[in-house]
Design a protein around this ligand. Structure first.
Ligand code: 2P0
Length: 321
């Protein structure tokens, strides 16, 4: 009897932005993330005696168009892992769009782990991370809890995530400030592609990430939360500079995104621990401590009453329930 697999979402502190190989999802740089609690995907897969897959998301059977990304992924796995059976996939996403997180990281990590069980692939975590990456790059990191580094590599065998500190005893929380729940106009996949091809700063980004990854690992080892916050904010802003300097230029920022960044700077000038990180959307994730999180939450709500906020803590890797 196969169990349900659960994978949590992660937030990149040093971000993944650009692929050397778009099909296999091999990135140009390493990246480093923190797995979060609360936001997760539960998935169960079963072999079905049919000639196509059945994908259910949150209790709804998806049509061909809606399930295409998943069925393409299942085709890829069948071809590369030597089986031909079709599958029923039942996923429940506990990553509400209202929390401002993407679900592809937890979704593809849970799916990879579930297929590993159902098809008896016997993959260890390294190979599971490779399989998850083939679905979505950031999913490679959701195999593990805590701080995780995705080693870029240069082929399908040597690009995978490794745990840096699975259960770090460190005082960090993440406050998500949700500005908009609308679907983004430029997907991460195409945003990365345009940035790689056209930003004149792309090669500087590759150099920057390699030094910031080393610095943040030292900061994690020393539990230097200030340094972790500083590096994360600088890395996020540098990633967004790639979108602004692309041709044609684009941005994921909404006007309120910049207002929140400004409020965070005001808080810091008053001695409150708060650093911003922003992914491929307008929402801001604020790196806080347990003590500063409610203060930051209140300050942002007072200044921008329309936003919603959610606090997350450090979470675990793949679970079998
Ligand atoms: C990250 N993001 O490191 C970066 C920072 C968004 C900004 O990984 O094309 O959904 O499926 O590999 O993993 C979002 O991109 O992209 C992402 P694909 P993915 O978390």
């Amino acid at each position: 009897m196969t169990k349900t697999t659960r994978a949590y979402t992660n937030i990149a502190l040093i971000k993944y932005w650009g692929k050397k190989d778009t099909k296999l999802k091999i990135p140009y740089t390493n990246s480093l993330s923190l797995t979060l609690d609360k936001f997760y995907t539960d998935t169960k897969t079963e072999i079905i005696d049919k000639d196509s897959d059945e994908i259910h998301l949150n209790g709804k059977l998806l049509n061909d168009n809606e399930s295409k990304r998943i069925t393409n992924y299942l085709d890829f796995i069948r071809k590369n892992y030597g089986f031909s059976e079709h599958l029923s996939v039942k996923s429940i996403n506990h990553v509400p769009t209202s929390a401002g997180f993407a679900s592809s990281a937890s979704g593809f990590a849970a799916l990879a782990a579930s297929i590993n069980q159902t098809m008896n692939l016997n993959l260890d975590n390294k190979h599971l991370s490779i399989l998850a990456r083939n679905g979505s790059g950031s999913a490679s990191r959701s195999i593990y809890g805590g701080f995780v580094e995705w080693i870029a590599g240069d082929n399908n065998k040597n690009s995978y995530a490794i745990p840096i500190e699975e259960h770090p005893n460190i005082d960090l929380s993440l406050l998500s400030v949700v500005i908009s729940q609308d679907m983004k106009k430029v997907s991460s996949t195409s945003g990365m592609e345009i940035s790689v091809k056209t930003s004149p700063f792309y090669s500087n980004w590759v150099t920057l990430v390699s030094s910031e990854i080393n610095e943040i690992k030292q900061a994690i080892a020393k539990k230097d939360v200030e340094k972790i916050g500083e590096l994360s904010e600088h890395n996020a802003m540098s990633m967004h500079a790639l979108t602004l300097s692309a041709n044609p230029s684009f941005t994921y920022f909404a006007p309120e995104t910049l207002v929140v960044v400004q409020l965070i700077k005001e808080l810091r000038s008053k001695g409150i621990f708060a650093y911003a990180t922003i992914d491929a959307g307008p929402n801001v994730k604020v790196i806080c401590t347990k003590e500063s999180a409610p203060i930051v939450q209140k300050y942002i709500k007072n200044n921008l009453p329309t936003v919603t906020t959610v606090v997350a803590n450090i979470g675990n890797g793949i679970q079998y329930i």
